[in-house]
Design a protein around this ligand. Structure first.
Ligand code: KG4
Ligand code: ZN
Length: 330
């Protein structure tokens, strides 16, 4: 049974995981840096890179120990090679290269977005290609038609902010701290969205792109104008975000052609209100709705190991590796 060590370090999570080809996660560890970045209300690249450099080696050693395994037991080393914060990506990729060299194992340089795109298949063996994926995280907001391993068609993307970023900035404006998504969702549940009129950028436009900068500014203006309950602002923001997401996803479904499922991944997939709206959209189209468990939605190393396993299966065995001079990508 093929066994891959996955390494993820592209944002503010240092993570390692051991995953087998039959979808078993033998061990995984995630060291979050939320505390280090909280005073700044967002991820500080320099702080993130240093934290990755301190943590990554002991974290990998501990993950192997958790599974009672050694480097020699692993068939390949998969690591995020980008896109992400370059300092962190370099730490993870160079560590993977060193382990690949030391253990004489193939290196699998994985695109972080490919990790997110394929992670639903780690959780759900029945999920087959093609599917439409909404990938919404702190750094990305894309609609991808996933046709197969290595075959992704981007139908839409954000022209400014990512959706998670908009949640984080809204949280900052409302004084809710970092990371903001869960806090905004909690507060929104107690508010009335109708009390604060907010824009729905790009709604109804002919390509399924996203824009959240104008919405973010409108939240700031509503806050500065005063007189609004923060819970109502949170609810109005979340409702505007949902309306945009559903309109854009509906259009992408129309453009995608036949698909078997609508899938959501990325940190924002943790939002239950967004999930519910997407589930209803899928049901309206007679489609399966797939949302991986939250631990697989946010940044993690199991999805990187799994993307490596998918690639090996598609390309024929662990012989399919990347060169040791593979470049890290910001
Ligand atoms: O995928 P992820 O862990 O990291 C990357 O950005 O790649 O996503 C983190 C993002 C953050 O912006 C966070 O605020 C958002 O996902 N998020 C949420 C929720 N939980 C996390 N956004 C809305 N509602 C949530 N419940
Ligand atoms: Zn991510």
């Amino acid at each position: 049974m093929m066994l891959v060590l996955g390494i993820e370090s592209s944002c503010d999570e240092t993570a390692a995981a051991l995953v087998t080809a039959d979808r078993t996660i033998l061990a995984q560890r995630i060291a979050s840096q939320d505390e280090a970045h909280r005073p700044y209300g967002g991820v500080v690249p320099e702080i993130a890179a240093r934290a990755h450099a301190e943590r990554i080696a002991p974290l990998i050693a501990a993950t192997l120990a958790d599974a009672g395994l050694a480097l020699g037991d692993v068939d390949a080393i998969a690591a995020t090679a980008g896109p992400g914060l370059i300092g962190g990506v370099m730490v993870g990729l160079v560590t993977a290269k060193a382990l690949a060299m030391a253990g004489d194992k193939p290196l699998l340089a994985v695109n972080h977005l490919e990790g997110h795109a394929l992670s639903p298949r780690l959780a759900d063996p029945a999920l087959e290609f093609p599917y439409l994926l909404l990938l919404a995280s702190g750094g990305h907001c894309q609609l991808l038609l996933v046709e197969g391993v290595g075959r992704y068609r981007r139908l839409g993307t954000t022209i400014d902010d990512a959706l998670g970023e908009a949640f984080d900035k809204t949280a900052k404006v409302l004084g809710l701290g970092y990371p903001g998504g869960p806090a905004v969702e909690r507060l929104a549940a107690t508010g009335d969205a109708r009390k604060v009129p907010l824009p729905r950028p790009l709604l109804g436009t002919p390509e399924p792109h996203f824009s959240f900068a104008g919405l973010k500014s409108a939240v700031l203006r509503a806050r500065e104008a005063g007189g609004h309950d923060p819970a109502d602002i949170a609810a109005a923001f979340q409702q505007a975000a949902i309306d945009c997401v559903i309109d854009r996803t509906r259009l992408a479904l129309a453009l995608a052609g036949p698909v078997g499922a609508l899938v959501v991944a990325g940190g924002v997939a943790a939002n239950l209100a967004i999930r519910a709206a997407l589930e209803a959209l899928a049901a309206g189209h007679g489609l399966r709705f797939v949302a991986p468990p939250l631990a697989l939605c946010t940044d993690n190393a199991a999805m990187i190991a799994w993307a490596g396993l998918e690639r090996m299966a598609a390309e024929g065995g662990a012989g399919a590796g990347d060169p040791l001079d593979f470049a890290a990508r910001p």
